[in-house]
Every structure is written in C-alpha cells, then in structure tokens.
Design a protein around this ligand. Structure first.
Ligand code: 13P
Ligand code: ZN
Length: 286
C-alpha cells in the first residue's frame, strides 16, 4: 500500500491543513508526529526505501525501539503539507535501541525530520506507557492567544489550568487533568524535551512560554480538538483581560465540583483553590 493512500496519512495531512487555517503555523512554525500501529507499518513496507542513513535522535527512547512515525520535516511549511506531502513530511523508523532514526519515505527534495523530534519522541514514549499504548499523536503549534497569556499570567500549572477552565464550561470536561507550563527554554533540544515529557506524565497539554503548545491524543481529531479547545479558551481570556482586570462573575470551585459529578470527570482539588487578594497580586493584574 502507498503511504499516501493510508487513512493515517490522510488524517495527518488534514491536521496540518486544519492548523494552518487556524493561523497557528506561520512559516515553518509547528510540527506533527504520528506513531504507526504495527499493522500500518506492515501495510506500507512496499512503499518504503532503504536509502536513508541512521542518524542520532539526540535523546534516547528505548520504549519506542523499532517503531515507525510519520513526522513533518524541519523548516518545511505546514501550509505546503497538503500541496506536496512527499516533499514536506516523512516516515522514519527507529533502531532497536531507540537512539537513532532513518528516513524510510518522503522528504523527496531533501531535509530531515522536525527539529523538535526529541520532544515528540520523548512525549510519545511517556504517552505510550501511561495510556497503555492508546495515544499516537503529538502536535506542536504556535497558538497565538495561549502564547500571549504566557506574558501575563504567572507560569504555573495551577493558574493556567484554573483560568482556562473558567473561560468555557466544556474545558474541565475536555482537559480534566489540567495543563502544564514549561518556562522559556531553548527549543529543539533534549532539555526542553525532558521538561515537556515530564509534564506529559500527568497532562495532555504542555504550554511552552513565549513559544506555543504541545498536545497529545489517541487520534488526529482528539489531539487537534484539544489544541483548539485550549486555544479558544485562551482567546476568551485574552478578551476578558483586555476589558477588565477583575471578572464580575465566573465559574466557582463548587460549580466545578458539581460539573465534575454530572460529567463523570475527576478534577484535581489543587486547581479548585479559593482565590485570595494574594492571588490577584501574584497575577500582576491590579
Ligand atoms: P521545525 O521546522 O524544525 O519543525 O521547527 C518549527 C518549530 O516550531 C520549532 O519549535
Ligand atoms: Zn515551535
């Protein structure tokens, strides 16, 4: 079977295009990766080549040894994925230690996988383990409103989670585990990959200060939908903070508890604290 005839490749391409249409992928901003099932990897063997040399991943992901991934290319534009997927994406195979990769398909005009490959693979390794093999998609986007908030809110998981939850009733249902925040770090390397994958142990969303967001999910719809929900909520918060430094009313901790009961989700109590004057001072909005 041809890679481009598979359901996963079609979903991958649609996700890139959906993100571009949201305005999250200026130039080469953002990247996407998908972990193939063994059946999907077997089905495309005829379409793969042996030309690519083994290259170091830049980190070690033994939990993913021998697995195949579809990923966007470094410096390639999300806008162009739908126009020429074979030039802008690739399928890579990992070696039996999870330390090297080789390109088996795609990037036909040259190039290498995304510079964020260490973050993608370390996130995949954590998610494969903590979701019992269910999560297969890691998505990084430069989501405008979420980035804007990282200049205004303290860079704390509790504050980002609570403020994003308050902006839309569906939020605690879509991401009941909350969101994690990574302080500004140099992108593209192992250090930021380690910090992000640590957050992925408990969250499906990691916000990179002054940069963007990483989301994890079982499929493209779930992962894109999560990114979209968080960013929509951030957009509402940007609008609220543009109008006032104090909300006149909002969803209260007890109301969140009632929502959790009816929607059968568990909301960690650490996000349902009572807000004090101190909170608003920390918030630097007064
Ligand atoms: P790549 O073009 O290497 O994927 O990098 C884009 C990006 O968003 C880096 O964080
Ligand atoms: Zn980026």
């Amino acid at each position: 079977m041809k890679v481009l005839d598979t359901k996963f490749a079609k979903g991958f391409i649609k996700c890139c295009d959906d993100g571009f249409r949201q305005g999250w992928h200026e130039r080469n901003g953002g990247n996407l990766s998908y972990r193939l099932t063994p059946e999907e990897a077997a089905s495309i063997q005829d379409d793969l080549n042996e030309d690519g040399a083994w290259q170091p991943i830049g980190t070690s992901v033994p939990g993913l040894a021998g697995e195949y991934f579809m990923v966007t290319g470094s410096g390639k534009y999300m806008r162009n994925v739908i126009l020429d997927p074979a030039a802008n994406t690739c399928v890579v195979e990992l070696d039996d230690k999870g330390e090297n990769y080789r390109i088996r398909w795609g990037l036909v005009e040259g190039g290498r996988p995304t510079s964020e490959l260490p973050s993608h693979l370390m996130n995949h390794e954590v998610k494969k383990r903590v979701t019992a093999n269910r999560h297969r998609v890691i998505y990084h986007a430069h989501t405008t409103n979420t980035i804007a908030l990282t200049f205004v809110l303290p860079l704390k998981d509790e504050i980002f989670t609570r403020e994003l939850w308050e902006m839309a009733t569906e939020c605690p249902v879509v991401f009941p585990e909350g969101v994690g925040v990574v302080d500004w770090m140099v992108p593209g390397g192992r250090d930021i990959a380690v910090a992000t994958s640590k957050l992925m142990e408990q969250y499906n969303v990691a916000i990179w200060a002054h940069h963007g967001m990483f989301c994890s999910g079982a499929d493209f719809d779930e992962t894109f939908g999560l990114m979209h929900t968080v960013e929509k909520s951030a957009e509402i918060l940007v609008k609220v903070l543009s109008m006032t430094d104090r909300k006149r009313q909002t969803i209260t901790p007890d109301e969140f508890r009632a929502l959790a009961k009816d929607f059968h989700v568990t909301l960690p109590e650490k996000f349902l604290f009572e807000k004090s004057e101190h909170y608003y001072k920390d918030y630097s909005l007064d």
